[in-house]
Structures are given as structure tokens and as C-alpha cells.
Design a protein around this ligand. Sequence first.
Ligand code: ZN
Length: 509
Amino acid sequence: MTSRPPYDQLVGELREGGVLESVQCLLEWDQETLMPPRGAERRAEEIALLSRIIHEKKTAPRVGELLDRAAGEKDLGPDARANLREARRHYERARKLPADLVAEIARTRSLACEAWKAARRANDFPKFAPWLEKTFHLAREKASRLGWKDSPYDALLEEHEPGMTTARLVSLFGELRKGLVPLVKAIAGSRRRPDRNLLSGKFPAAHQEEFARRVATDLGLDFSGARLDRSAHPFCMGLTPDDVRITTRYNESDCLSALFGVIHETGHALYDQGIAPELVWTPIGQPRSLGVHESQSRLWENQVGRSRAFWSHYLPLLSERFPSLSGVAHARSGRGADLDRFHFAVNQVEPSLIRTEADEVTYNLHILLRFDIERDLLAGELAVSDLPDLWRSRMASDLGVRPDTDADGVLQDIHWSIGLVAYFPTYTLGNMLAAQLHARARADIPDLEVFFARGEFRPLLDWLRDRIHRHGSRYETEELVQRAVGTRLSTAPFLDYLRAKYSPLYGIS
Ligand code: ZN
């Protein structure tokens, strides 16, 4: 009797880990959407057990043996080779982290997160400071276990953005900064201001949800394999391409924040739905990276959802659905002055304190600040106690605004409290890649905007499916980007996109 070839055995082993990860996602989704409050404690235990089993499966010596034996197999196709590459990467990373360090990080994460919530509510940074020290201490320990050559930040970055390096980020972000700071200043100096009153009114959540579902469906989201629910913080969770969950929250005095949130999460969901079915529960069935994922959400949210062409189709529908929308009562034609005023209003640039509320011009300056800080904290070149002052002065010099409280400053984001270090840059990488993909799609599909103006998004979706979605993690990011747009990741298309869009809006040259 001949046994199955090692590669087939390996894929079988890893598939079970993939199935368990889908189950874990479902438990987490439920926790954020439907679970009653008293369920929290036992849910934590359920999730902890499942994560331990998944970790054990991934690091089992048998996986290592199969990886070695499979590497010697002849006649493996390119996808099998890519699976071995990804499986090896996950295996080696997981093996380098001792179980007690993993457990300590998990414990600290839940305690630090509670401490952060309390400190933010009380605007009391010193209360959170020891937890931040501890989080970065553990992150340093983790980096040293994983190993690094040039910077400990590289070791952590690899988890969220495989293949990216700190040195490359420093160079890309330096270019970005050079382009963004003068643009923000020029816009701040302009006398033109959009009329945000156009967007005021009263908008029942049920109507907003109905409208958001319609837009998500138009964009291409297949609701026979997706759900839209409510949660405190919007997110997208792809269990498999056939079961993708997105969430949003509604503000009844704002008819657009939930809509843009749904468009953003729909962008994530379209990626998850588009991964080739034959890759499911294999290592390359995962989305490529957080940056690539964010490029999908940002492209749909900004390059599509905040475009004039998009609103020439949807403004008449919006004003029909929400007759109380001020100022656009006569916008049924979707043309002319109303459309221009509305388009300007949804593209207001206003330096502000809070990252998640930032417009697409100022947003990345918030990220660059966090990138510099976390790098210095990790390298031990910055004391936690110096953070609040540093934050204030950098916000003032970059954005011209200065937080009065730490709650609106250094305490605003959850990320560090839950141990996510070297995660923020993926947002900016996503913005950059979104602009590159958009520029290339426009070159390949000359009538792209004409389609948008008719509410037709299939040409763009098909293009993204072909260039990005279906491949999952088949290619490393560098190769995926090169194949999709013909060049490396770069800042120029994003800066060009911003200048082309905002110069006429704000009348700057
Ligand atoms: Zn996102």
C-alpha cells in the first residue's frame, strides 16, 4: 500500500487549521454583534482554547516533517510551491515564539485593553502608561525571538505586511510627507469651503440601512454569501468566500458616515468573496496582506464612493430616499450646481484630531506620526512618559491642530493596547496601492467613470478580481503589485490623485 504524497498530507493537516480558524472568526463575529453581555467571560475561554488548538496544529513537529519532505517532491505546480512557501513562513514564525510568551502577550492584551478604555474615559494617560510600557516590552521580546537584521520593527511588520521592511517604509513615507504637508497647508490657506449644511437632516437608521444595502449590492457584493449587521465598531470578517460578514453603525443625524463605512467594508468583503474557491483553507487562500486588503476598501470608499461620477448616479436616489436632506431637494437631476456642491461637501479637507474621522488628504499624516512613535518606542529611543507632549507638538506642526486632552491625542486608538505594533503603516500602504490600482484600472478601462455614472461597477470589480482578488496569497506582495499595475509600490499615483482632485475643489495651483 502506498501512502499519500507528503504534500497532499500537509495540505490535509493545514486544512483542518483553516477550518478551525473559520470557526474562531464566527465566535468573534458573534461576540461583536449578537452575543448577550453575560456571554463574554465564557466566550473568552472558548476562543482561548480554540486559539491554543490552532497554534498547536500549526506548530506540530509533523507539519515541519511534511514541509521538509514535500519540498523534495518533483512535479509540484506553482500553486503547490506557493502553498509550501506560505506554510513554511507561518510555521517558522509560530515555532519561534515560546508558548509562555504567547500566553503572556494574550493576557496582557486583555488587561491593557481594559486599562486603555478606562484611561481614555478618564483622560488619564499616566494610568495607561505602565501598560504601554509592558506592551512594548513584550513586543521587543517578540521581535527578538522572531529575529531581525536591521530593525526590530521589521520582525513585527512581517506579521501584517510580509516582505515589507522598515527602511522601505521610511523612504516611502518620507516622500509622502513631502507631498502631503504642503498640500494640507495650501488647502488650509484656501478661502473656498464646502457647505456641510447640505448634508444635515434627520435620517432613520432603517432607511440608511436599506440604502447602504442597495449601494453594496450595486458595487457587486453578493448577499447570498454575505451579511450586513450592526456593531460598535465597523468591521469585515471573511470566514470563507461564501460567508463574509460586514458591520456598520448608524448615526441618525448623518446619512453618509454609515454609507461610507458600508462602502469601505464592502471593499474588504469583495476581496474576501473573490478569492478563488479552490484555494479555500489552503495557505494561499488567505488575503495577501493587511495593506492589500485596505487598498480594496479604500479604493471603493474614496476613488469610487467619493467621486463626482458616483454621485451623479446616487445623489438623485439619495435625495429621493431622504427628502429631509437639506440643500439638495432639487438634486433629482444629479447634474450641475447641486452635484458640484454635494461632491465638494463629501470631500471636505479639515485637519482634525481624530484619525478615524480624517479625510483622505490628512489621514496619512496621522499614520506617519504613529509609525515614527512606535518605531522609537520599540527601539527604546523614546520614553513612554514623553509621548503626550510629543504627540501634541507633532500634531501642531504637521496638521496645525493641537489636542487639549490625551483622550483626543495619544489615547485615541485601541491598537497599541491590544498589542498591535507595526500595524498602522498598513493603512497608508493601502491608500497608496488603492491609487495605483485606480490609475491603472482607468488606463485599462477608459470609460470607467462613465460606468460609475450609470451605477455600473462590474467592469472595475472584474478587473480587481482578475488582478488581485482571485490570487489570495499566491504571489508575494511585490509580485502581486507588479503584475497588477506594472510597477512597484509607489507614492506618486496617490499624490497625483490627491492633487488632481483637490486643486480644482479648493482653487489651488
Ligand atoms: Zn479597512
